[in-house]
Write a protein that binds this ligand. Structure first.
Ligand SMILES: N[C@@H](CCC(=O)N[C@@H](CS)C(=O)NCC(=O)O)C(=O)O
Length: 204
């Protein structure tokens, strides 16, 4: 299989980190998402339905949308959330939560503070910060029972990989990470295969 990504993309990061930690053999291609779409490789343009990273090609088929790719992969391997229907559903719930909660405030706060967002975003910053505060407290409360991984399993699941996609950029988004979430992020960094997105998704 082959993954297309970019180091600025938390969406691509969650998929590549999963592939690395799970030890799934794959090729990786850097896509310069800061270039106009028509300048990206023909293979990428042909398969990336929405023109975005991540794109996964497996067995000649194209898979897009980071959380949908994670759901596909865990089912393929029957692990990391794909063990049984209940585990899969628990993961799916967290992936949908991520897309609509931390995934809908952290990337925007980060873009704003990095200076690569539209100036119009400034008016929404207090709203995005309030959203983040609410969402991170939900996550913090989840981990208050001392469990190591979000669905309570012995090993991380795709839900952990999804949730960390943009939380690893909390410093760039200029938001605080509370203690339980911070400890969980530290656990992720100790997994074999862990690398920061700027290394893991670099050009070479
Ligand atoms: N909902 C999508 C979001 C993907 C996305 O926004 N990708 C961005 C990078 S984070 C991208 O490729 N931007 C370049 C472009 O749209 O041309 C997912 O979960 O994969």
């Amino acid at each position: 299989m082959k993954l297309f990504g970019h180091p600025d993309s938390g969406h691509a990061f969650k998929v590549r980190l999963f592939l690395q930690v799970a030890g799934i053999n794959h090729d990786y291609e850097y896509v310069d998402i800061h270039q106009p779409r028509e300048q990206r490789s023909a293979e990428f343009r042909e398969h990336a339905r929405y023109g975005e990273v991540p794109l996964l090609i497996d067995g000649g088929k194209a898979y897009v949308q980071s959380n949908a790719i994670l759901l596909y992969l865990c089912q393929q391997f029957g692990r990391w959330g794909g063990e049984d229907a209940d585990t899969f559903n628990a993961c799916a719930e967290w992936l949908l939560w991520e897309a609509n909660k931390t995934g809908l405030c952290l990337p925007q706060l980060r873009s704003f503070h990095k200076g690569d967002a539209d100036a119009a975003l400034e008016a929404a910053i207090p709203w995005l910060k309030a959203r983040y505060e609410h969402d991170i407290n939900v996550l913090e409360a989840e981990f208050s029972d001392g469990r190591e991984w979000i669905i309570g399993s012995q090993a991380p699941s795709i839900a952990d990989f999804s949730l960390c996609g943009y939380l690893v950029f909390a410093d760039e988004a200029q938001v605080a990470v509370p203690a339980n979430v911070s400890a969980w992020l530290d656990r992720l960094t100790r997994l074999e295969g862990w690398q920061h997105p700027y290394q893991l998704l670099a050009t070479d």
